[in-house]
Design a binder for this molecule. Structure first.
Ligand SMILES: Cc1cc2nc3c(=O)[nH]c(=O)nc-3n(C[C@H](O)[C@H](O)[C@H](O)COP(=O)(O)OP(=O)(O)OC[C@H]3O[C@@H](n4cnc5c(N)ncnc54)[C@H](O)[C@@H]3O)c2cc1C
Length: 417
């Protein structure tokens, strides 16, 4: 060491920098030349990607989860009973009571001020013989719980990277990651969100409709508790929803024109005034407890959720405005069906991954079509300036208020049954 230092008279910091550069180059050259073979590659580290990676590994398949680091998701998700039961059955969540709040009632208040207004309608979980419709769970806690479940799976490896390119030849997917490494996989699972590139590489046709509305979310402290009740005020530009988050806390999801949301975000006084006004002063003066985040809204559907040994889960396959709390619930049903298709697969058979993708597409078609049409119909009928659509909506809500069988059917549908 002393001799080398005499031969190359570099000062200590320069030596350290040279050594670090050498290690960096070696690591990256290794990455560039490294090629990994796996049975299943799951792309995307959102909630459906994490759940799908755990499901694939548990089904006995060597799984590589490719997910870049992401900022914390500060939203919460209202998950209905069947979704929570699935999470508990698969031990992705051990006890929802330790992280969330039960949803016992849903109140819809027509605040459109229109001529044809719908009556105020309350849905009680007790009418369905349930203690609660489901749970309101913070996405940060769900992400942590899903990641912890993945860490104990021997078949599951993770790579903190993005998928840059993919193509399929000889019944295998060849993937190039943005760190330069190469991966081959039999089955590709796209959990890469609305802008899914897996969808594009698999040749799956997408229909997307961008809305003129956006959603503002933040946590609020109210002066009167919601007590397990989710309250939706329906305004002509979209609903203003308060979801119980325990005690005096509520999660706000406010859908409106982006310029109105941006103006409220820029001025604390405007925000405070609008929060009280929009909640009709029923909860005193709501006080923001966290920064506000704004999400652009669109709806998206695909012609099939699986093709050419590629499968889409979550928002890669379906997206809609956050009304009726359906998005992640539907994403978890994707993963549940993926589970069933993988359990029935025979990885020894030629073309097994194509067969899984075909079976999955068939299994998901009805649920995706039905749920997408329901949420889109609900949203567009609320926004519609046309009298016939407004009348239809009002009559529908009257029906839901007065006819128990119709109420039960609607509640069962909302639960995803
Ligand atoms: C305001 C709001 C409130 C909502 N509330 C509810 C609710 O109460 N209940 C409910 O059920 N649903 C709700 N939803 C819907 C729910 O949040 C979404 O359905 C869910 O988060 C989608 O998860 P995902 O994993 O499919 O997609 P995402 O969370 O978008 O994850 C996609 C991931 O893929 C990664 N990715 C993208 N491209 C690549 C690539 N090339 N390589 C690797 N990774 C890639 C991204 O970095 C990202 O991490 C709400 C949505 C909004 C906007």
């Amino acid at each position: 060491m002393g001799k080398k230092a005499a031969e190359f008279p570099l000062a200590q910091p320069q030596l350290l920098a040279a050594a670090a550069m050498h290690a960096y180059v070696r690591r990256n050259v290794q990455r560039c030349t490294m090629s990994t073979k796996t049975q299943i590659a799951v792309i995307g580290g959102g909630l459906t990607g994490k759940a799908a990676a755990v499901a694939s590994a548990r089904a006995g398949f060597e799984t590589l989860h490719i997910a870049p680091a992401a900022p914390p998701d500060r939203r919460t998700s209202a998950l209905m009973g069947p979704s929570v039961e699935y999470l508990m059955r698969t031990r992705l969540v051990v006890d929802p009571a330790t992280i969330g709040v039960p949803l016992k009632r849903i109140r819809i208040i027509d605040a459109t001020g229109r001529l044809l207004r719908a009556p105020e309608t309350v849905f009680l979980s007790g009418e369905m013989g349930l203690e609660s419709f489901g749970w309101n769970l913070p996405n940060i806690a769900l992400n942590e719980a899903f990641a912890a479940a993945g860490q104990t799976e021997a078949n599951l490896a993770t790579r903190e990277a993005s998928l840059a390119r993919a193509h399929r030849e000889d019944h295998r997917w060849s993937l190039t990651l943005d760190d330069g490494s190469e991966v081959t996989a039999d089955l590709l699972i796209g959990a890469d969100g609305k802008g899914s590139r897996v969808r594009q590489w698999a040749g799956i046709t997408v229909r997307e409709r961008k809305y003129q509305q956006a959603a503002l979310v933040c946590d609020l402290e109210l002066q009167r508790p919601l007590d397990g009740e989710s309250v939706e005020f329906h305004y002509p530009n979209g609903p203003f929803t308060l979801v119980p988050a325990g005690g005096l806390r509520a999660n706000l999801v406010w859908i409106d024109k982006p310029e109105a949301l941006e103006a409220a975000r820029q001025s604390p006084d405007t925000l405070a005034r609008l929060l009280a006004e929009k909640s009709q002063n029923l909860f005193g003066q709501p006080r923001p407890m966290t920064p506000t985040f704004i999400f652009p809204l669109s709806s998206l559907s695909v012609d099939m959720a699986g093709k050419s040994a590629a499968i889409l889960v979550g928002e890669a396959a379906h997206a809609f405005p956050p009304i009726g709390a359906q998005g992640l619930n539907l994403g978890l049903r994707d993963v549940e069906d993926l589970d069933a298709c993988l359990a029935a697969a025979n990885p020894g058979a030629y073309g097994w991954a194509d067969a899984v993708a075909r079976a999955y597409a068939t299994m998901r078609a009805a649920d995706l079509g039905r749920t997408g049409a329901f949420v889109d119909g609900l949203f567009t009928s609320l926004l519609s300036p046309h009298l016939p659509a407004q009348m239809l909506r009002s009559v529908g809500l009257w029906g839901l208020k007065t006819f128990p069988p119709m109420r039960k059917r609607a509640m069962a549908f909302g639960l995803g049954k």
